[in-house]
Design a protein around this ligand. Structure first.
Ligand SMILES: Cc1cc2nc3c(=O)[nH]c(=O)nc-3n(C[C@H](O)[C@H](O)[C@H](O)COP(=O)(O)OP(=O)(O)OC[C@H]3O[C@@H](n4cnc5c(N)ncnc54)[C@H](O)[C@@H]3O)c2cc1C
Length: 419
């Protein structure tokens, strides 16, 4: 059956996120006739949320080995894409198009304007410049294929017949932005293996009920270690935040990458509230504070050490009588307090779902893809780019860089194959 509107083109890119826009613009810049299909009314809906609206475009870690090491064992699969379009290429791409960039702590690259909307604008201008036909409001529902070839796709009342197809529909995180995992179903139906998707870079849910009492409290310059079955497996330093049922913030979000795979095992976080001081130095500091005001009650004595809302929690956990004068607190009690400040243990009950996850772990297995061309090993005229792939990085601009690199490669190879 022929639908009312049939569109023909060299390349159809499905999904107008960062990966799809990069793929479409790159293919069109090489002379291909490109259609970009996006189910939302505008492209780049999720992109606008990135970096809390500031968009952490990439990470200025210019050494490819070091950059790829942040993706764990799967990093090696990205070598080719990153060599074709690396961190400096991405930075040049934006700055040469009139978007000055700045580098912040941890090599995080942002637009000087602190505006993700400016990043989206550059990408849209790139699409217009090369004549990409953007088709917003079209939801791809069906892919017609035989065992080695896509014949056409159907989106709303349109049939699109292209020589090549690039699938850039993202993962499952923040589904309200349009990333609902449709592309994973299409890929599975065409014979690709899908590594079970799970939320990553996501807040954690804690067992301790007292955590909820601290909702909104942000603790800076803390060190948090991750323990699995009593063994330390990771550590991060920076800022953490208490939520209504657990913890979030940069330190926790980065640790969460490892947590999903460890559950339902025994997973704990150990918070060092004073990482700049070792046990001995902190003990001396507490003794000094106690000496300065010997008649002060314990419950009123921690104001210089801790944020106000954390004090009752620490006092409760210390087991020391809150109404005891500090000059009669025993050495053992004081040491227990110091241990608590250096090693505040909380049990992880779980992680939040895809609706709160910055990224999806899992996706289309990389084994089914020729990663030099981002081309399917199963379907001749199918390419992949972006978060749909079974690869995920830490925070810091790594995930968007993968979109730029794989989007560029997919667009380039699809255009070359189109002749
Ligand atoms: C809150 C938040 C903050 C983030 N901040 C950063 C950051 O600062 N730096 C960083 O590196 N990464 C960040 N990320 C991760 C980054 O946003 C993703 O890695 C990136 O958006 C993935 O791009 P993509 O193009 O692969 O997929 P997506 O951005 O998910 O885009 C996929 C697109 O495909 C469309 N689509 C899906 N199915 C269909 C269909 N059937 N038909 C038509 N269209 C379809 C969707 O509507 C969507 O627009 C953040 C993520 C979140 C949620």
């Amino acid at each position: 059956m022929r639908l009312s509107g049939t569109i023909t083109c060299d390349i159809a890119v499905i999904g107008g996120g960062p990966a799809g826009m990069m793929a479409a613009g790159t293919a069109a810049s090489r002379g291909a006739n490109v259609v970009l299909i996006e189910k939302n009314r505008r492209t780049g809906k999720k992109l606008l949320l990135t970096g809390k609206g500031r968009c952490n475009i990439t990470n200025a870690d210019y050494d490819p080995q070091s950059f790829l090491s942040r993706f764990g064992k799967k990093g090696r699969y990205l070598h080719s894409a990153l060599s074709s379009f690396g961190v400096e290429d991405a930075m040049n791409f934006f700055s040469e198009r009139g978007l000055p960039l700045k580098i912040e702590r941890g090599n995080r690259v942002f637009p000087e304007s602190d505006s993700a909307a400016d990043v989206a604008r550059v990408l849209r201008d790139y699409l217009y410049e090369h004549g990409v036909r953007i088709m917003p409001g079209l939801d791809v529902r069906k892919i017609n294929n035989d065992s080695r070839h896509i014949v056409s796709i159907i989106a709303n009342s349109c049939m699109i017949e292209a020589g090549r197809y690039v699938l850039c529909t993202g993962g499952l995180s923040y589904p309200a932005t349009g990333s609902t995992g449709a592309g994973l179903d299409f890929a599975r139906d065409m014979g690709h293996t899908i590594v079970t998707p799970r939320p990553s870079l996501v807040p954690v849910i804690l067992k301790e009920k007292w955590a909820g009492e601290l909702e909104g409290l942000s603790i800076r310059n803390v060190s948090v270690s991750l323990y699995h079955d009593g063994k330390k497996t990771a550590e991060e330093f920076g800022e953490a935040l208490f939520t209504s049922n657990g913890m979030s913030g940069p330190v926790i979000i980065d640790l969460s990458r490892n947590i999903g795979a460890l559950l339902p095992g025994r997973v704990e976080l150990a918070i060092d509230l004073k990482p700049a001081l070792d046990h001995k130095a902190l003990d001396q500091r507490v003794q000094r504070d106690f000496r300065e005001n010997p008649n002060r009650l314990f419950k009123n004595s921690l104001g210089k050490l801790l944020p106000a809302s954390l004090i009752p929690v620490i006092i409760g956990l210390s087991g020391i009588d809150p109404d005891k004068k500090v000059n009669i607190i025993s050495g053992d009690e004081r040491k227990r307090l110091v241990r608590l400040l250096k090693d505040l243990r909380v049990g992880v009950a779980g992680i939040e779902g895809f609706d709160k996850a910055i990224i999806t772990a899992g996706g289309v297995s990389l084994d089914g893809i020729d990663m030099r061309a981002m081309r399917s090993r199963i379907i001749d005229n199918l390419y992949f780019a972006g978060e749909i792939l079974d690869i995920d990085g830490p925070t810091g601009g790594y995930n968007l860089q993968i979109c730029w690199s794989t989007g560029y490669c997919a667009g380039m190879s699809a255009a070359k194959a189109s002749g």
